[in-house]
Design a binder for this molecule. Structure first.
Ligand SMILES: Cc1cc2nc3c(=O)[nH]c(=O)nc-3n(C[C@H](O)[C@H](O)[C@H](O)COP(=O)(O)OP(=O)(O)OC[C@H]3O[C@@H](n4cnc5c(N)ncnc54)[C@H](O)[C@@H]3O)c2cc1C
Length: 489
């Protein structure tokens, strides 16, 4: 749905920005910078570097700055305005989330999507808005970054990490190239977390001309008239199938292993501040139980995305259709399924993402040392092991990594995993829109606490050195001499 800005749109946004500035002023935010400056052999040292300036990276860096931790920067490999999935590989038309979620607004009403939207298009347009168009969500994130003046550098990729004393050296390439030193590192690297695409074994060795992952760049025009298969029954499978159909694909088959489509969005259904605040404090066995159950029941695709596929006469849904093997054959693919052989020109694997830290070169220095749930936090009495959960990182209370072998990689305790891979330890507070502000709050409390403790001697020295009197000495008179005089009488 397109919204025509009201004549008052620009003044509306300007008024909102003025109101936000006033609210920040009333709350004395940002707090004044309080972390001591640090140098290393003449080189400047950042307090925190954030990698990724998608929604989580922006919320994290905004919360750091508001908390007075201002010697910070976020780098994103994507050009400005193209961070995250929204206008790149997200192929849905609207967000699935309700429009009213307060998302990364960090408790500031004027920073919500709703305030931003209403300031430009008015209350009536807000009422008639159903779901948020994905491009509009991206525009909101662009504004969020601009209005808070966040220190983000685009087109800069982190390519490697190394310890330098108690600091982390971060190699960057792109619009800026070199090595940056930082005391803390936040990995807000998105849904692929620390791994990458999850690709089923049966696609190993199959020429990329015949298949793509749903998060790849896909030339949908090239699928015109072609027989397309899509694996999976989640939101991305529907969005990719619909995009192929709308681009004129000859046919699209959804190959779904399950006997039934998942129909109930379980975890969203019980969403509450209790879940947001309480999940990470639960005993591990309970955490496992919640996420094992939701992984087994699965999240259904949104109704609108499913209808966007099924409204095409050339779309078919095959349930109970597991894939046994895939072969290149006669200029296409021959797919052996549990329903028999099927032939296609192209396949899209909407098979999600993995936690395989070894999959990304920039994490090579830390990958072998990261402690996961399978290193003792998961125990068989919690239920059967499950890929995607057993390999989840075993994180500390501020999303910091832990070492598999104590002493093997101490910098891990200063690297914070603020992305989807944190879900099993922390609940859903570092990936999806609903609770990202709570996640950023937890992250920044932890970082502030540990920076303060690390600098305790400086803070104590500052205490001793502080000598600005509040009293001038002329506010009272010492009456003791009077007492002495009285005693002498
Ligand atoms: C298709 C899709 C639709 C979704 N729809 C919804 C929805 O409707 N509601 C909801 O609540 N959630 C939704 N989500 C889930 C979640 O909200 C999004 O994944 C969201 O983008 C998460 O934000 P993020 O900051 O963690 O990751 P991202 O937005 O993916 O940002 C990560 C950033 O890190 C950068 N990066 C990664 N590695 C490096 C590196 N080495 N160096 C520099 N930069 C790097 C990337 O360029 C990227 O911009 C959706 C997810 C997807 C994939």
């Amino acid at each position: 749905m397109k919204h025509t800005p009201t004549p008052a749109a620009s003044t509306g946004l300007a008024a909102l920005e003025a109101q936000l500035a006033q609210d920040l002023d009333l709350l004395e935010l940002p707090a004044k910078p309080w972390v001591p400056t640090r140098m290393d052999e003449g080189a400047p040292v950042r307090d925190v570097v954030v990698i990724g300036a998608g929604m989580c990276g922006l919320a994290a860096i905004a919360k750091l700055v508001l908390t007075g931790i201002t010697n910070v920067v976020a780098y994103d490999a994507a050009p400005a305005g193209l961070e995250g999935p929204w206008v790149t590989f997200a192929r849905m038309q609207t967000l699935r989330s309700p429009k009213t979620l307060n998302g990364p607004s960090l408790g500031l009403p004027q920073l919500t999507f709703r305030a931003w939207f209403t300031a430009q298009w008015g209350v009536e347009a807000w009422r008639s808005l159903d779901k948020i168009p994905k491009g509009q969500w991206m525009n909101y994130l662009v504004w969020y970054r601009k209005v808070l003046g966040l220190p983000v550098r685009n087109s800069v990729r982190m390519t490697g990490l190394a310890p330098v004393g108690d600091l982390i050296a971060i190699d960057i390439e792109g619009a800026e190239t070199g090595r940056v030193l930082s005391r803390r590192l936040v990995l807000a690297t998105g849904r692929s977390g620390l791994g990458g695409f999850a690709v089923p074994d049966f696609l190993t060795g199959i020429d990329r001309a015949y298949w793509a992952h749903s998060a790849d760049e896909i030339d949908f025009d090239a699928l015109k008239g072609k027989r397309v298969a899509v694996i999976g029954a989640g939101a991305s499978s529907m969005d990719n199938a619909a995009t192929a159909l709308e681009a004129g694909a000859g046919s699209v088959d959804m190959l779904i292993r399950r006997k039934e489509m998942p129909r109930i969005n379980k975890l969203t259904g019980i969403g509450s501040p209790g879940v947001v605040l309480g999940m990470h404090q639960l005993p591990d066995a309970w955490k496992w139980k919640f996420f094992d159950y939701t992984a087994s029941t699965q999240t259904p695709p949104p109704r609108s995305s499913t209808l966007r596929v099924s409204r095409h006469a050339n779309a078919r849904f095959f349930l109970d259709c597991g894939i046994v093997a895939v072969k290149e054959d006669a200029g296409g693919l021959l797919i052996e399924t549990t329903q028999g052989p099927m032939r296609y020109d192209f396949l899209i694997a909407a098979t999600g993402f993995s936690n395989d830290f070894n999959g990304r070169p920039e994490f090579a220095a830390i990958a072998p040392h990261i402690r996961t749930w399978s290193d003792g936090r998961y125990t068989p009495d919690m239920g059967p092991a499950r890929a995607g959960m057993s390999d989840a990182p075993d994180l500390g209370p501020a999303f910091e990594f832990r070492e598999r072998v104590p002493g093997s990689c101490p910098m891990l305790s200063h690297i914070h995993c603020f992305n989807d891979a944190a879900m099993l330890t922390h609940g859903k507070v570092s990936g999806d829109i609903p609770a990202v502000s709570a996640g950023a709050d937890r992250l920044v409390r932890g970082i502030a606490t540990s920076l303060f403790a690390e600098d305790v001697e400086t803070h104590f020295a500052n205490l001793i050195a502080y000598d600005t009197p509040e009293l001038q000495g002329d506010e009272w008179v010492d009456s003791t001499p009077v007492l002495q005089k009285e005693a002498a009488l």
